[in-house]
Every structure is written in C-alpha cells, then in structure tokens.
Design a protein around this ligand. Structure first.
Ligand code: ADP
Length: 492
C-alpha cells in the first residue's frame, strides 16, 4: 500500500508530546511491513534540523489557494531516521511556521487550516495518489473535509482517509474565516449540525468534528479511551458525534518504537540491560544520581516524566513528590509546563527542595535525560486525570521501571495491578493501579510499591521483569492499522 501520513509532529524532528512518537513509530512499522510511507509536515523554524538527513527542494513553486488568491510555498524533502518527510514552507507575511514554537499562537486555527490545504494541494500537484491518507488530531481535521468536498473533484476520488485522535481536548475551533480561507464555500452547509458545527457553540466550526464526520475510519489511541470518549466527558463534547459514527470508530493502542526505547541498545544510557541481566540496571541508577546530584542511599527512585498540566494530574504529581519523600524514597521529575501558573508553582517547588539530596526537579524538555531516568528509576508514576493512551508507562515497563498509574484510558489497557487485578494471573501483572483522583488513592498505590521495594526486593524485581516481558511494540498496532486501511479501501 502507498500511505501518506499528514501530521503536525514527527519525532524526533518535531516533538511536543506523544503524537510525534506515534507518527514516527507507526510510519516505520508500516514501512517494515513492506508498504510505502511518506510524511507531510509543516516546516517550522524551530524544529530539530539536526535530525534531518539530505534536506533538498522537492517542489519549489507550490501555489496554495487561500482566500481566493494563492500563497507561494516550497516543499522540501529529507529523511528523518529513514522516513521520507516532505516539509511545507509557506512564503507569506503570515509567517505561519516561523514563530519559534509549534503551537500556542492565537491564529493556530488558521495556521493548521492552511497546512491542511497546502498538504492536499501538494499531493494534487505532485501527482501523488496514495491509497491511504492518515491524518492526526485537530490540526489535520479539515483534510478529510476538503478531500471530500473539493479535491475529490480534481482527480483525488480514490484516496481513503484514516483519522486518528490522540487527544480530544484540543479540537481546533474556527469560523467563517476558515471556510473563506480554505475555499469551503457555503457557510450554511458546513454550519449544519451533522457537518462541522460545534456541538455546543452554534457559531463555531469544529475541525475535529469535521475529521470524524468525513473520514472513512476514525481511531483513537486505546480501546478503553474509545469507550470513554463516547460515554463520558473525556470526549470533550464529541461523544454524541462518535456514537453516531460508531461503525467506523475504534481504539488502537499505540506502540513504542523499540529501536529507540529499548534498554538493550539505548545509546543514551551508560549500562545496557535486558530482563535477563536486570542487575545491570543499577549502574544507570548510579549514573542518574550522579547526573542529578542525588544522594547515594539505599532507597528507591520514583520518577515522573511528562507535561505538567491538568490532564496529567499535576496536583497529584506534586503530592507524589512529598509522599515519596515521606516513605523514604527519592523523587525525580522531568517535565515542562506551558501554563504560567503551573510553571511558577513547580519553579517554586524546585527552589524550595533545592538542597534536598533525595529529590530533583528538572523543568524543561530533555529527550536524552528522559532515557536515563527511565533506565535509572525504580518506579514511574502516571497519575493522569485522563490519558488517551500514555507512552510513559509503556516505556517504563520496557525499562523495568514499575508503573504506578491511575486507571483511565490507555493506562487501563497496559498496566495490571500486582495485588488486585482479577483478570490476570500474578505472573502477568506488571504494576500498580489506583482509581480515585485524590491523595489517598495515589498513596495506596505508591505505598504498596515502595513497601514492596523495601520489604520484598526480590518480589519487586520479579514484578519489574514481568513488565519488561510485555510486548508493547508497534507489531500488533501496525497490523491493526493495516487491517483498518484494508477495510476502508474495500468498503468505500
Ligand atoms: P502526551 O499526552 O504528552 O502525548 P504521552 O505519555 O503520550 O503524553 O507521551 C509523552 C512523550 O513525551 C513520552 O515519550 C515522554 O518521554 C516524552 N516527554 C514528555 N515530557 C518530556 C520532557 N519534559 N522531556 C523529555 N521527554 C518528555
């Protein structure tokens, strides 16, 4: 099959979160299975150009229709760790992708509406006719809409779309301006409830809703989240739309790229190991302590890696630090906050705890350090408010770092409580799960994990090794996506 992935991120060249990992990892898996895969991405000024090999111009004069006129773009091509990527660079005063950031601009709705238009225009003009176009998240939600309403009539009638939602929270809200810009004329048509009209604001257009309504298949990133999204508030208002489209909506668990996240071959950690020589992991713990100037004591290290925002349960992350210290554990946090108040809070905590040899808070984004933490810590805590899939618990498992998670979204599909899971035999369990969103619930799970580490170290190691034996690679999800692609190619 010939598959084109269109997204706003692809790790490691453009990565703000899990979306980037997924776009890269899935593309690689599909290619390993004999398909041709290409990616279309925005050419941000701040992306990691050092991860692109052989960047060259591929299509210099792409004129993208916009507001009845056209914007001149150039398309560059390069290899990101083996994947063929096309980067779209507009030459206009809007400076859509020269903002020093990926997201967070006031006109994000227009920036990504333009990107979606430009990606389709590039496919059309360069005569690329993939079997499958796979779009991701709100940034590309307008692609299926434009394909079906415009590009189908220009020779792209056979392209089929799979649309994956990684996070329902951000849906992309536009208005009449979006329609004028993209050439989707007739506002009264698109503002209908069964098209793009937001389910709650009748004056807003919802890009993600458009993606759901117009795509041939819609997925989210874990089976549990697919159910939650239809039946609870984690669908962020799109539950009814998903329910109406349930025939084509399913959950596919994300995978982890084991070429990158694998303690056996990880080049960012000083001591490689597998479950077979688990005792080598301790050298990474030593290195982590040295790097972060933590005391060398006989204590477990609990880690948190991730964005610091309400989705991730920041108040529980905060509590986890102090609870770990009170239980005689050390704590390492690697995280960044975009919200100023949360950032200020953790900056303050960092200063307050600065001289404590048992804790280190690293505020910022640091891919290399994250590898050392996964390898050096004993436990990783993921107390999310909601979590569509979650990668950190799966990476933790691969590194023999026992996950302590809240039972929501993809965390339910990947972590099975050592003491209470009734569905799996003890030798298949791999971590700790709590359910309520409060301190006591967190403490009950963290407390059990820390107690096991102190009181039955052999049992703790056994649990960590059981986690390492799980296969959360792209192997299974890759096959599932191919089945979906196959289904939509033959069904429509
Ligand atoms: P998200 O909701 O952010 O997509 P995921 O758990 O799906 O959360 O993916 C998070 C990914 O980003 C993981 O690969 C994790 O290691 C990485 N990550 C998150 N925050 C940081 C950080 N501050 N520094 C380095 N890597 C980070």
């Amino acid at each position: 099959m010939y598959i084109v992935q269109i997204a706003s991120e692809c790790a490691p060249v453009i990565k703000a979160g899990g979306l980037g990992d997924v776009v890269y990892g899935l593309s690689r898996e599909l290619e390993n299975r004999g398909n041709t895969v290409e990616l279309i991405l925005p050419m941000y000024d701040c992306m990691r150009y050092d991860h692109i090999w052989g960047l060259h111009d591929a299509y210099l004069n792409l004129w993208v229709p916009w507001y009845g006129a056209a914007i001149h773009c150039s398309v560059y091509c390069g290899w990101v760790h083996g994947r063929v990527c096309f980067f779209i660079k507009p030459h206009s005063e809007d400076n859509f992708f020269n903002r020093g950031c990926y997201y967070g601009c006031e006109d994000d709705d227009m920036r990504f509406a333009f990107f979606s238009k430009a990606a389709l225009e590039f496919l059309l003009r360069s005569n690329k006719r993939p079997d499958i176009i796979h779009c991701h998240d709100w940034q590309t939600g307008l692609i299926p809409v434009m394909l079906y309403e415009i590009y189908k009539y220009h020779g792209m009638e056979y392209q089929r779309i799979c649309y994956t939602i990684h996070n329902f929270k951000h849906q992309g809200i536009g208005g009449v301006k979006t329609l004028e810009g993209t050439g989707l004329n007739q506002p009264s048509y698109y503002f209908q409830y069964d098209k793009l009209r937001d389910n709650f604001n009748p004056f807003a257009l919802n890009y993600m809703k458009g993606g759901i309504v117009y795509s041939n298949a819609v997925t989210t990133v874990s089976p549990h989240h697919a159910v939650e999204a239809q039946t609870s508030d984690v669908g962020c208002g799109l539950g009814h739309t998903l329910h109406l489209q349930k025939e084509k909506f399913t959950g596919v668990l994300n995978g982890i790229d084991y070429d990158f996240w694998n303690p056996e071959i990880d080049r960012y950690i000083p001591s490689n190991y597998t479950w077979d020589d688990f005792e080598q992991k301790v050298y990474n713990k030593k290195a982590l302590r040295e790097r972060l100037m933590l005391g060398h004591a006989d204590k477990p290290i609990v880690a948190y890696i991730g964005r610091l925002d309400n989705q991730k349960g920041v108040h529980l992350v905060h509590h986890a630090i102090y609870y770990a210290l009170s239980k005689g554990a050390q704590f390492v946090l690697l995280g960044s906050a975009t919200e100023p108040a949360i950032n200020a809070h953790f900056q303050h905590e960092k200063q307050f705890l600065n001289s404590n040899p048992d804790v280190h808070l690293e505020l910022g984004f640091n891919e290399e350090l994250s590898h050392l933490i996964y390898a050096g810590a004993d436990m990783i805590v993921v107390p999310s408010n909601y979590e569509p899939c979650g990668l950190t618990q799966m990476i933790g498992l691969k590194y023999g770092t026992v996950p302590i998670v809240r039972g929501v979204g993809g965390l339910v599909n990947t972590v099975f409580d050592r003491d209470y899971d009734q569905n799996l035999p003890p030798e298949k369990r791999n971590g700790y799960v709590f359910y309520e969103m409060d301190n006591q619930a967190l403490e009950s799970a963290m407390g059990r994990a820390i107690d096991l580490w102190y009181q039955q170290p052999k049992e703790f190691t056994k649990l960590a090794i059981q986690g390492m034996q799980y296969d959360y690679s792209w192997n299974v999800p890759g096959a599932e996506y191919l089945e979906i692609y196959d289904w939509i190619r033959h069904k429509w």
